[in-house]
Design a protein around this ligand. Structure first.
Ligand SMILES: C[S@@+](CC[C@H](N)C(=O)[O-])C[C@H]1O[C@@H](n2cnc3c(N)ncnc32)[C@H](O)[C@@H]1O
Length: 257
């Protein structure tokens, strides 16, 4: 039975494709690739039929997939991977056992690596919240980013559509103080830029740059991930390590971590 692979493609650069993803992609004759993957994956997509999934309504898309399945395996390149904010759940459900999901490197993973920061840190950040102002809803009961921001929280904000001064004001109200923030733009793509600062100085540091497609009139969510929280600048010494070594790790037999 030919299958449809939903391959976590990473944030853009094919270097972030997993070995499994690359092996399965190589088998597929037809690939649905959202922009800019048709360009950044040009080498991997050579000699394949490449379509943009968002060019079709759902029924049309399903029909196309079933037609292409008759002649070979089909892949969808999933930006980052399926874990957060991927639009393919309906199609995966409709395909049932024909669908296979291949995990990949999410945008948050790449941001954490570039910043060289773990997004939770004992004693500093004890929880992470993933959110987008586009999906919180706009009814009177809907939470805002202010409700989610709080001391001890690392916030990962996808698809931001708020002007930066408005975003920082909400976050400052939620955290109740000035905290570090990082804007991670076009990770793994040409034009990659990371701007770090605090809620108090990030607007000035960003200046005229439009990281959120707010001045272009584009309806597309910008390729910018916003990270907020004290873990972004905190540093730790070896005492946490030694405490765990003394009380946990050395009492385990042959187990990692
Ligand atoms: C529809 S979501 C897709 C998330 C994706 N499934 C993932 O695992 O990262 C799109 C949002 O993810 C973030 N994003 C996706 N690609 C990015 C990139 N190359 N650089 C920075 N942020 C990116 C941005 O916040 C963007 O608005």
């Amino acid at each position: 039975m030919n299958r449809v692979y939903f391959i976590g493609a990473g944030p853009g650069d094919p270097d972030f494709l997993t070995l499994r993803g690359a092996r399965l992609l190589a088998r597929c004759r037809t690939v649905f690739a959202p922009t800019p993957f048709e360009t950044t994956f040009a080498e991997q997509l050579r000699d394949k039929r490449v379509l943009v999934p968002f060019d079709f309504y759902f029924a049309e898309l399903q029909e196309k997939v079933h037609t292409f399945l008759e002649e070979g395996e089909v892949a969808f390149l999933v930006p980052g991977d399926l874990t957060f904010y991927a639009p393919f759940q309906g199609l995966i459900d409709a395909l049932g056992e024909r669908a296979e999901v291949v995990p990949g490197v999410g945008t948050a993973n790449v941001a954490s690596a570039l910043l060289k920061k773990t997004l939770d840190l004992p004693g500093v950040c004890n929880r992470a919240i993933i959110a987008s102002p586009r999906t919180l809803g706009d009814g009177p009961e809907a939470p805002t980013l202010r409700d989610l921001a709080a001391p001890g929280v690392t916030l990962l904000i996808y698809m931001n559509n708020l002007p930066l001064p408005e975003l920082t004001a909400l976050l400052r109200a939620g955290y109740g103080r000035n905290v570090p923030i990082a804007l991670c733009h076009r990770l793994g793509l040409p034009g990659e830029e990371v701007v770090t600062g605090t809620l108090d100085d990030i607007v000035e540091k960003v200046g005229e740059r439009d990281f959120f497609n707010l001045t272009t009139g584009s309806k597309r969510a910008a390729l910018t991930l916003v990270l907020v929280g004290e873990t972004l600048t905190a540093t730790v010494d070896g005492s946490w390590w030694d405490h765990r070594r003394e009380h946990i790790w050395k009492h385990r037999d042959g187990e990692g971590g």
